[in-house]
Structures are given as structure tokens and as C-alpha cells.
Design a protein around this ligand. Structure first.
Ligand code: TRP
Length: 431
């Protein structure tokens, strides 16, 4: 449950719908789901088992299994990607939280403050809320991964799901929503091209928290009686479901906003709003609902989204913090403030130059995470070797020997996953 909660975040509710809207709707959804189960799930099993076998963090796990220092590069790449992703993630998380206040100010008629806060191009406001998020993350990571946040995750995630379902029920009858449902669920396979596949793969890694060793840490918290394969399957299934359901709200909401005269796409069919998309269109839905009920829904939704984002910023910061603790023998407190400070500084830059979000996101999520996943697959498949990994997987999985999984996983982690990722990265699938 905790791992599932950690995987659910802005990736599901902000990034997935935005990528889907930008990359051809249903065709993107189709390729995304395939990527999650065909590539993401086997890699998740690899990360979790690495963590449980070594009882180490994202960098230490590689050191524990091989004396060859070159493999530390895999962990190091994860640290870089995690830090760069976090530097823009906190800005977007900040928008989730600031929207709570936008809705309230709007409701009570304080249009001045509402207009200031709603403006995502206001660097100072961006920094303020990003800093708030960073500091909250630092305080939690400083104390080690806290039980409190785990407990919060367990209650918040089902609530978030209920919230999404309620909002879908209210949005679908609105004018324009039907066009959105069509765009989301009626695939036009001719739209599948190189870019779509690459971004769907990147999205699957982003949403499942794969490719930078974050789940190695989670694996180290699993006990020998836990079934790693089953856990990975549950996390993947619930994460994909939440993304799918979020899409069912956001994509129709885009068309509702459009029906009300808000221009969402430019003439070329690209999104105008870019990364701020969901924060531009969701308020339209809440407005349509209206009254104190609309306000209540809006405030609850953005609060839940903020908590979901917080569990993700924690896992992103933890990767670099545990690296610094391990490699440089620094106390946790110092390491957390240090890495939080460095990443926060990059976030200041992002706050003023929102174009950086797209650049960092493309380099470190769309390319960086699959590269990390490729290296992790190769490490587990060929360095640690699958027989050793499978010895680990047997714990907590009594029927492992006769399972379908036992037959196919080695094949996936040694050949299918690395080859597919490689082909997609090099643009050799569609030619
Ligand atoms: N999966 C999270 C989300 O959907 C983001 C995230 C948290 C992440 N930890 C990660 C992404 C590690 C990649 C790697 O919002």
C-alpha cells in the first residue's frame, strides 16, 4: 500500500493526462498501458528484489552485489535524474497547493489575491509554494521515512480515488465532455509514431517511480514474507488504474473548457497551456459545479493532490539523500538539508523560467528514466544474474517454481526489456 501510494502522484493526475492530450489521446493510452505491463512491471520486480536482497539504498545496492565501481554509475545516474525531476516537481506540487487558496479567495470575492496566485508565470509565487513543499519534504526525509506519512498515504489514496470518481460523474454530463471521452477512448492507431512511443515509455517509468532506484529503497523495507511479484503487480495495476481514471476526468474537462471558449489547443493541435494545463481547466469544472459544494470539492481535491505529490517528493529526495549519507558518510540531517538546498536552488530557476520544465522533463523523465531502467535490467539480468534474483523472489512466493512468472521474467529482464527500451530510445521501432 505504501509503495502504491508513493507511486501515485502528479505523474498520474498531472503528467499522464497532459501527455495523453498532447500525444493523440487513446493511441497514447494504449501504448502506455502496454509499456507499464510489458516493461515497467518486470523492471519494478527487479528494483524491489534488488532492494530486499541487499537491504540497501539505490546506490548501495549496486556496491553490495558487485565490486566493480562502474556499476555505481547506475546508482549515480538515478541520483541525477531524481534530483532534476524533483527540481520541477516541487514547482508543480506548489501549484496544486496554491490552488486551494485560489479557490477559497475566489469564493469569498478576494479577486486580487486569487488573480495573483492563479498566475503560474509569477516566479515569486512559484518559489514561495515550491519552497514550502521543499521544506515539508526535507522535514519528513530528515526523520527517515516516517510512519505518519505511510498512514496518511493509506487513507488519502482511497479518498483521492473517490474524489476522482465523484468529479467524473459531475463532469461527464457537461457540454463538450462527450468529445473528450471520444478523444480519450477511441484510438486512432495511425497516430502511433516514434515520439508517442518514447513519451509513453517515459510516462510509464515516471508514474511507476522506476528507473532511478527509488523502489530499491522501498524493496529494502519489504520483509522476506512479502511476495515481491504480487506487490509489484498490485502497485502497477493500481497506479495504471488511477492514471486511467484521472484521464477520464481531465481529458473531458479539457473539452468542457474548450466548449466554454477557453482555447486549449493552438491551430497546430499543440497544447497552449503546457505544464499548467490541469490548473487552467480544472477550475472551470469546479466553477461549473459552483456554490459551496463546488468549493468544497475543489479544496478537497487540491489538498489530496498536494498530499499525493508530497509522498512522491519524499521518495525522490530520499534517493539522493541516501546516496550522500552512504558515499560521503554525512549525517542524515546534514545530507537532507544539503540535497534539499541544492535541488531547491534549481527549483528557483525553474520557477522563473517555466520553459525549463519541458526541457528537464524530457531529458530526465522521457529519456533519463528509461536509460536507468535499461541499466538496472542489464545489471540484474547479467551482473547479479537471474538465478540469484529468483532465489530472492522465492521468499514470500511459495508457488514460485511452478509459476508462469518464473518462466518469463528472466527472459524479460535479460532480453525483452533492455532490447525494447534500447530500440525505443534509438528510434528503431517505427524507423
Ligand atoms: N511516481 C511519482 C508520480 O507519479 C513520481 C515519482 C516518485 C517518481 N518517485 C519517483 C518518478 C521515482 C520516478 C522515479 O508522481
Amino acid at each position: 500500500m505504501a509503495a502504491a501510494g508513493g507511486a501515485v502522484g502528479l505523474g498520474n493526475i498531472w503528467r499522464f493526462p497532459t501527455e495523453t492530450a498532447e500525444n493523440g489521446g487513446a493511441a497514447f493510452l494504449f501504448v502506455y498501458v502496454i509499456c507499464c505491463f510489458l516493461i515497467g512491471l518486470p523492471v519494478m520486480v527487479a528494483e524491489l528484489s534488488l532492494g530486499r536482497a541487499t537491504q540497501r539504498n539505490a546506490v548501495g545496492a549496486f556496491n553490495a552485489l558487485s565490486k566493480n565501481p562502474i556499476y555505481q554509475a547506475v546508482g549515480f545516474w538515478g541520483v541525477i535524474c531524481g534530483s532534476m525531476i524533483l527540481s520541477f516537481y516541487v514547482v508543480i506540487a506548489g501549484w496544486s497547493f496554491s490552488n486551494v487558496f485560489v479557490e477559497i479567495f475566489d469564493y469569498v470575492g478576494m479577486t486580487g489575491p486569487a488573480t495573483t496566485l492563479v498566475d503560474t508565470s509569477n516566479g515569486v509565487v512559484n518559489i514561495l509554494f515550491a519552497a514550502l513543499f521543499m521544506v515539508a519534504t526535507i522535514f519528513i526525509v530528515r526523520g527517515g521515512v516516517s510512519e505518519g506519512i505511510e498512514r496518511a498515504t493509506k487513507t488519502m489514496m482511497p479518498l483521492l480515488l473517490v474524489m476522482l470518481l465523484v468529479l467524473i460523474g459531475l463532469t461527464l454530463p457537461m457540454e463538450g465532455a462527450a468529445d473528450g471521452v471520444k478523444a480519450y477512448l477511441q484510438p486512432d492507431f495511425s497516430q502511433i509514431d516514434r515520439e508517442l512511443i518514447l513519451y509513453a515509455l517515459g510516462q510509464s517509468f515516471f508514474s511507476l517511480s522506476l528507473g532511478l532506484g527509488a523502489l530499491i529503497t522501498y524493496g529494502s523495507y519489504l520483509s522476506k514474507s512479502d511476495n515481491v511479484v504480487q506487490s509489484a503487480a498490485i502497485v502497477t495495476l493500481s497506479d495504471v488504474s488511477i492514471a486511467f481514471i484521472a484521464g477520464l476526468l481531465i481529458i473531458p474537462a479539457i473539452y468542457v473548457a474548450q466548449a466554454q471558449g477557453i482555447q486549449v489547443f493552438d491551430d497546430a493541435g499543440s497544447l497552449i497551456a503546457g505544464p499548467a494545463l490541469i490548473f487552467n481547466i480544472l477550475p472551470v469544472v469546479f466553477d461549473n459545479i459552483g456554490g459551496i459544494f463546488g468549493l468544497g470539492l475543489a479544496v478537497t481535491f487540491f489538498l489530496l493532490l498536494s498530499v499525493a505529490a508530497l509522498t512522491s517528493t519524499i521518495s525522490l529526495l530520499e534517493v539522493s539523500v541516501s546516496y550522500v549519507i552512504d558515499e560521503f558518510n554525512v549525517a542524515r540531517n546534514t545530507a537532507t538539508w544539503l540535497m534539499g538546498g541544492v535541488i531547491g536552488t534549481i527549483a528557483i530557476w525553474v520557477s522563473f523560467d517555466l520553459g525549463m520544465i519541458d526541457i528537464l522533463d524530457t531529458v530526465f523523465s522521457a529519456y533519463g528514466l528509461p536509460i536507468g531502467g535499461l541499466l538496472i535490467s542489464l545489471f540484474v539480468g547479467w551482473v547479479w544474474k537471474t538465478p540469484a534474483a529468483m532465489e530472492e523472489l522465492k521468499h514470500g512466493f511459495p508457488s514460485f517454481e511452478n509459476s508462469f512468472f518464473q518462466k518469463v521474467w528472466p527472459l524479460f529482464i535479460r532480453f525483452i526489456c533492455p532490447i525494447l527500451i534500447f530500440l525505443i530510445l534509438l528510434d528503431l521501432v517505427t524507423g
